[in-house]
Design a protein. Structure first.
Length: 425
């Protein structure tokens, strides 16, 4: 176990770089199962979730290797297996992404029902209904989702909800389906477009990714390719929020501003000054004085991202007035509220809405990360708080932020990571 210790209240400024997108790299890694030739991925972040997915691929028969610069080589040649291991899938929900490519390539797949962050039910029934529309017979056996098909045939699939995971899983399965598949009410997140870009680089025929309707014309085979993963918009957004909270300026490099429009718009509404340089892929954030209160509602892309809700909650704890945040995507994503309250924040939960009465200062306290983004929010709050904050359950943060402590420290914060041994030291 590890802890993050923060002595807050120091001025922060400087430049920080953003790595590859976790939520893009994971489905792209799964998609390598569709290709029986070697594939090279670039800008893959060094994260626990990435390591878990690599182990899943290896358990399915893939040969993989990684380098320090974020390059990953994957070879899913002959011998790919149809069943993913429970001990890995249970730890990370994104492991379920292997079901689509396994079904597409082998016409059969057996994948345990997934685990991951406890932020809501996030059922996989939308995925399974889509597989059935493509011609698969789907069942639940012994805690596993099982799909079998003589062949997959293109179909019109209308999603009940624009689920990112379902859109990606069905895109991968449909890549080898006979004829044309149309996914309607598809998710529009940038990670969808990135997955389509990767598949197309291997010879797939996908159009409309990033729009509500995606068209996939089935192909018989994919070929090797080299593909760079897009920058992580949530990692970038987290440091933009930090720039607004601390006054900055903080320059966030290696971001795609078009992916950050909702975050940038809300930060400007809060009084932050944002300088966008799209050509140079950088955004500079500063703020003079206390932030302004706002109303905020999470929505599927291009709306405000649910993965940024916790970080904005932390920022608005220090705003000059009352803010309202409504969470419409996940039903259990306010678990950070109790921890922020321990630091002196004034928050009230009403069903899926939290009322935030801004305070002038937060106080350091022992807090625990309940999920990935909540952990990041507690680090932001700790950097701004007076006194020492100790964040536990750091393994959540490790799932999605590469060297968060080192990068925050580079901006001037007093922050360190302490690895505990069995004796509590």
């Amino acid at each position: 176990m590890a802890r993050i210790l923060i002595d807050g209240g120091r001025p922060l400024r400087g430049t920080v770089s953003i790595g590859g997108a976790k939520n893009s790299a994971l489905p792209i890694m799964a998609a390598t199962l569709l290709c029986d030739e070697p594939v090279t991925l670039q800008n893959v972040p060094h994260l626990n979730d990435i390591a878990t997915m690599e182990k899943v691929l290896q358990a399915l028969g893939a040969r993989t290797s990684r380098t320090a610069d974020g390059t990953m080589h994957v070879d899913c040649g002959a011998g790919v297996k149809e069943e993913a291991p429970y001990e890995l899938v249970k730890t990370m929900r994104a492991s379920f992404f292997v079901m689509g490519p396994l079904l597409g390539r082998l016409k059969k797949a057996r994948v345990p029902l997934p685990g991951g962050c406890a932020i809501g039910a996030r059922p996989v029934n939308i995925h399974l209904k889509g597989f059935e529309a493509l011609g698969a017979t789907v069942s639940i056996e012994g805690g596993c989702a099982v799909a079998v098909a003589d062949k997959l045939v293109g179909a019109r699939i209308v999603l009940d909800f624009p689920s990112v995971g379902a859109t990606e899983n069905l895109m991968m399965a449909a890549t080898f389906a006979e004829g044309v598949t149309r996914i309607e009410n598809a998710a529009q997140e940038p990670e969808i477009d990135d997955l389509a870009g990767f598949l197309n680089s291997m010879g797939a025929r996908i159009e409309g990714a990033g729009s509500p309707t995606i068209r996939i014309e089935g192909v018989r085979k994919l070929h090797s390719a080299t593909y760079p993963v897009i920058p992580d918009r949530i990692d970038g957004g987290t440091f933009m929020v930090l720039g607004a909270m601390c006054g900055g300026p903080i320059t966030v490099q290696n971001v795609i501003p078009a992916h950050q429009q909702a975050v940038i718009a809300k930060l400007r509404e809060m009084g932050a000054v944002i300088d966008v340089d799209a050509a140079a892929r950088k955004v500079t954030v500063s703020c003079d004085g206390r932030l302004k209160p706002v109303e905020l509602k999470t929505l599927p892309f291009p709306g405000f991202p649910t993965d940024m809700q916790a970080q904005f909650t932390a920022a608005l704890c220090l705003a000059n007035g009352t803010s309202v945040i409504s969470e419409t995507v996940f039903e259990n994503r306010f678990m950070h509220v109790a921890e922020l309250s321990r630091m002196g924040a004034n928050l009230t939960i009403r069903e899926r809405t939290v009322l935030i009465n801004g305070v002038e200062r937060l106080s350091g306290a022992p807090v625990a990360a309940s999920d990935l983004r909540a952990g990041a929010a507690l680090v932001l709050a700790g950097v701004m708080a007076e006194g020492r904050t100790e964040v536990s359950n750091v393994y959540h943060i490790d799932r999605g932020y590469e060297d968060l402590v080192g990068r925050v420290r580079s901006l001037g914060a007093s922050i360190e990571r302490v690895e505990d041994n069995g004796n509590g030291k």
